[in-house]
Write a protein that binds this ligand. Structure first.
Ligand code: PEP
Ligand code: MN
Length: 341
């Protein structure tokens, strides 16, 4: 249930609604967006509110509308928060006219590989450094990441280049530990519906980059985001990273549709990962351009100084000079879209 308020409603009137919602056994979240307060009333997991709540709320002073949810995810919906949600990450305001550029290696492999990449992507215009220390690989015999040593290297790279760090966390037990190093917790495609992990990422109150599962619908991705939001952690970005289709000439199929569809349903910033969605470095720049033209709030791109030697995802990794060219091209489209980058 979403309760909206008149534009001149007092905070005490909002507070009365929150109390009435909580008395009825539901949880209440309040946000100010687009010039008005709104309260979202969600179930605590034990079913529905007592009957008559909607009528009681509608009669309270300051209340404009009481709506049943139009979408099954409430906190992620634009009906609750009409404006795209925005938060600071390093020098960028995510979800604003700023276009967020995250770049770096698929995996942290060594000090020299990471530092060289970090300095190069910073120089080219990236706003955040990516790099996996815990890698969810398809084969158990593939490189699984450096673990804590990789996190230490990411901290060192952040010190050196001044970019915030985005890194994947794979289990709920690891969240507090990875959160000590990361500026943004990445939840990967393979873990999109891992509910203990989503709960833990929500509890951490760290920004989260949630990637779409390779066979997940857009709605399922927004439900996964809802888990994180339900802990009061609203610093969440969702990321289209390609879905499984019958096409075999690319690793995945970029669902460009997901960008405007997410934006129509949800206030969450939406990023595109053309590295995983194509699987081949030759196609990454073209699809990055398409994503920005479709309105993406940011890009996440894999970059490696020597892709042929990469321990993971070399085939889709751009050399630093190619990343610099991608940034030049994307800036032109961003400017045309009225965005800064
Ligand atoms: C990655 O970002 O390196 C990664 C493993 O991505 P995904 O979860 O989208 O496959
Ligand atoms: Mn990768």
């Amino acid at each position: 249930m979403i309760i909206t308020f008149q534009s001149d409603a007092l905070e005490t009137q909002v507070e009365s609604v929150v109390q009435e919602v909580e008395r009825s056994g539901l949880r209440a979240f309040q946000r100010f967006s687009a010039g008005r307060w709104a309260v979202a009333a969600v179930s605590g997991g034990f079913g529905r509110a007592r009957p008559g709540l909607g009528d009681r709320l509608a009669a309270l002073p300051g209340v404009l509308t009481v709506q049943a949810e139009q979408q099954p995810f409430v906190l992620a919906s634009r009906a609750f928060i009409p404006e795209t949600s925005s938060f600071e990450l390093g020098a960028v305001q995510v979800g604003s006219p700023d276009l967020l550029l995250i770049a770096g290696p698929c995996s942290v492999e060594s000090r020299s590989q990471l530092i060289e990449t970090a300095l190069a992507v910073k120089e080219a215009g990236a706003h955040a450094l990516r790099g996996g220390a815990f890698k969810p690989r398809t084969s158990p015999y593939s490189f699984q990441g450096l673990g804590e040593a990789g996190l230490e290297l990411l901290s060192e790279a952040r010190e050196l280049c001044g970019l915030p760090v985005v890194t994947e966390v794979m289990t709920h037990e690891d969240v507090p530990f990875v959160a000590r190093y990361a500026d943004v917790l990445q939840i990967g495609a393979r873990n999109m519906q891992n509910s203990p992990l989503l709960h833990a990422a929500g509890e951490s109150q760290k920004p989260v980059l949630l990637k779409r599962g390779m066979s997940a619908t857009i709605e399922e991705m927004l439900f996964a985001a809802e888990y994180i939001l339900s802990h009061g952690n609203f610093r969440v970005m969702v990321c289209e990273r390609g879905i499984r289709t019958f096409e075999s000439l690319t690793r995945n199929t970029t669902d460009i549709n997901a960008i405007p569809v997410v934006q129509s349903l949800s206030h969450l910033p939406v990023l595109l990962d053309p590295s995983h969605s194509t699987g081949s470095w030759e196609f990454v720049t073209a699809i990055a351009r398409a994503g920005v033209a479709a309105g993406a709030d940011g890009l996440i791109i894999e970059v490696h100084p020597h892709p042929e030697q990469a321990l993971s995802d070399g085939a889709q990794s751009l050399k630093p000079e190619r990343f610099a060219e991608l940034v030049r091209q994307v800036r032109g489209i961003a400017a045309w879209m009225g965005r800064k980058c």
